[in-house]
Design a protein around this ligand. Structure first.
Ligand SMILES: [Zn+2]
Ligand SMILES: [Zn+2]
Length: 599
């Protein structure tokens, strides 16, 4: 892979005589893979010259990929000036972390409104596709890319690129999780250790080093690393070369020279050896891969696909229950999966004869031939031995199912979102990691209590909104809810940071807390078998962290006060205590009823 720097400055472009050597343009770099795939990382002002260079280099339509670390201005402000976006025939794929409130497209559109810029996003001539990512891995041509959340005020990704055994990591706009590590000393633990693992063994790490340890005490919370932190983590991660970037706008060329000289002197004294560079606008670095190491570090067991490709699957469906089959059809269409509807087992056999399906879905129902016997017959034949067979039923019959070779059961009723997740899991032959919440034993009594409050579907009230606002501020999370779990939905009496007023019970974290009747803490939903495939985690709100404290009215648990974040988090015992305190205040409001404490 070859890396070329087009913008190395953080925060603000700083052209001028004191920045000529390291450069004044904001973040942008170009990566060319072994197979010549073009990957651009970040779109600061440096992308303008890259665009002109690309047009000069290549006469044929351009095809490229752009990875955006986050949508702070210094990482996207060059987009309106990137000439290859204006040429019809060019094709670009844009990737960025999936935000909570706005889509990538909306965010980019914002900086091109008429009051800021004369050309609108829709008027760009090139074809642009937007991809919103979560933590995981995906591929562009011969490059495997892994994303990892960084510690920054905006939702930010680091990108790890692996190609033919060569590894480059781009980790800009990241602050040490443990502030003590800013001086480069101390034990690397917790989330800093995870960051270290993300850098692990890379041939080149391009790392945020906006500040020095000396400057850091005045810059705490700004979301940036120190030179000392970048070096300490890269050394611990056995990185071969570290390239410091996101240079502070106030740093002149001589200042950067001094930083590099000092870092190199420090690097010589300690083992393991590490080469230190500072990113220079216009410079290029070529990384030769070690083929032995190929793909050894990109994949670990916790990696989940950032974008899932299902190939060209075909489902043969033999389900007469209208509701169930419609739900399954919707689920399949949502993923553009072809479905062949059969009306009998004979038609299933006929369909198999024409093309091997990826999945067969049968139905166990009174008055219809036994699907288990049919499944056992399929298993007896070479051609159909391995096709996954799913049985839709009212109850599971695991023993008989296993004996007949049934792959899995789908129990009625189920939603389209649930069916879709299951279908994906079956097609990808992965485990489903989404548990629908069970019903609590006192469900009817609980619902009677909830309904007797006469609170469902009432307008928002300050007395609740101020408590969710408070909870969001205490835990520094984007979302805090007073969530009431109704028969088939959770309804939000107050929703700080969320536009929706309700969500299906099936995807609800709170419904799990209501069954448990105690505080439910999910530090990282992607690492939790109950929630990893939940659409609110894999899509929707992209929830990664959840803490919900049950709300009781009498002996009935009616819902929760909960806080959510899009990044993994932990709560200390003190914080758990605070969450319970706020939940106590919400309970008091629920019990007092409307209007009692209005101010
Ligand atoms: Zn930045
Ligand atoms: Zn930033």
């Amino acid at each position: 892979m070859r890396v070329r720097f087009w913008g190395t400055r953080g925060s603000l472009p700083t052209p001028g005589p004191t920045t000529v050597r390291y450069g004044g343009n904001t973040s942008c770099l170009e990566v060319t893979s072994s197979s010549n795939a073009l990957i651009i990382i970040d779109c600061g002002t440096g992308i303008r010259l890259l665009g002109q260079d690309l047009l000069a280099r290549q006469r044929t339509p351009l095809r490229g990929h752009i990875l955006i670390s986050h949508t702070h201005w210094d990482h996207i402000q060059g987009i309106p000036f990137f000439a290859p976006f204006f040429t019809p025939g060019n094709e670009w794929d844009l990737y960025a972390p999936k935000g909570v409130h706005r889509s990538l497209r909306d965010t980019l559109e914002g900086q091109m409104q008429y009051s800021y810029f004369p050309v609108q996003l829709d008027d760009l001539g090139a074809r642009i596709r937007y991809h919103e990512l979560v933590e995981g891995t995906f591929e562009i041509a011969d490059v495997t890319i892994r994303t990892h959340y960084l510690n920054h005020p905006a939702l930010t990704f680091g990108y790890r690129l692996e190609c033919e055994g060569a590894t480059i990591v781009y980790a800009s706009d990241h602050e040490p999780h443990a502030r003590d590590l800013a001086n480069g000393r101390g034990d690397i633990v917790g989330e800093d250790l995870q960051h270290c693992q993300f850098l692990s063994g890379a041939d080149l790490v391009i790392h945020d080093a906006q500040f020095t340890a000396e400057e850091y005490p005045q810059k705490i919370g700004w979301g940036h690393s120190t030179v000392e932190y970048a070096l300490a983590l890269c050394r611990a991660a056995n990185v071969k070369r570290v390239c410091l970037t996101h240079h502070d706008p106030s740093r002149d060329d001589d200042g950067l020279d001094r930083i590099v000289a000092k870092a190199r002197a420090g690097a010589q004294d300690a083992a393991p050896e590490i080469e230190v560079l500072a990113a220079i606008e216009g410079s290029a670095i070529t990384i030769e891969g070690d083929r032995q190491r190929r793909r050894s570090t990109a994949h670990d067991e916790t990696a989940v696909p950032a974008a899932v490709g299902l190939g060209d699957p075909l489902i043969v469906l033999d389900v007469t229950d209208r509701l169930a089959s419609d739900t399954l059809l919707n689920a399949a269409y949502a993923d553009q999966i072809k479905v062949l509807e059969a009306r009998s087992q004979e038609e299933v056999v006929q369909a198999i004869g024409e093309k091997t399906p990826s999945l067969i879905i049968l139905e166990r129902k009174q008055g219809r031939p036994d699907p288990l016997q049919f499944c056992a017959n399929l298993r007896a034949h070479e051609a159909t031995r391995d096709i996954p067979v799913i049985v839709v039923a009212d109850t599971e019959d695991p023993e008989a199912g296993t004996a007949a070779g049934v792959t899995d059961w789908l129990i009625r009723p189920f939603s389209s979102a649930y069916a879709r997740t299951r279908i994906r899991a079956w097609l990808l032959r992965t485990r489903i990691r989404w548990a629908r919440p069970p019903l609590p034993p006192d469900e009817e009594q609980r619902l009677a209590t909830l309904h007797s409050l006469n609170i469902l579907d009432t307008p928002a009230e300050q007395r609740f909104d101020r408590l969710t606002r408070l909870a969001a501020a205490i835990f520094a999370v984007p979302v805090a809810l007073v969530s009431l779990v109704d028969r088939e939905r959770q309804w939000f009496k107050s929703a700080h940071g969320l536009e929706a007023r309700q969500a299906p019970r099936e995807t609800s974290f709170c419904a799990h807390a209501v069954v448990a009747r105690e505080l439910l803490l999910v530090p990282d939903a992607l690492a939790d078998d109950r929630f990893a495939d939940n659409p609110e985690v894999s899509g929707g709100a992209r929830a990664r962290f959840y803490a919900g404290c049950p709300l009781f009215v009498g002996r009935s648990c009616v819902g929760t006060l909960c806080v959510l974040d899009v990044r993994p988090r932990h709560l200390s015992l003190d914080q758990i205590g605070l969450l319970k305190d706020v939940a106590g205040l919400v309970e008091r409001e629920l019990q007092q009823g409307e209007g009692q404490t209005k101010t």
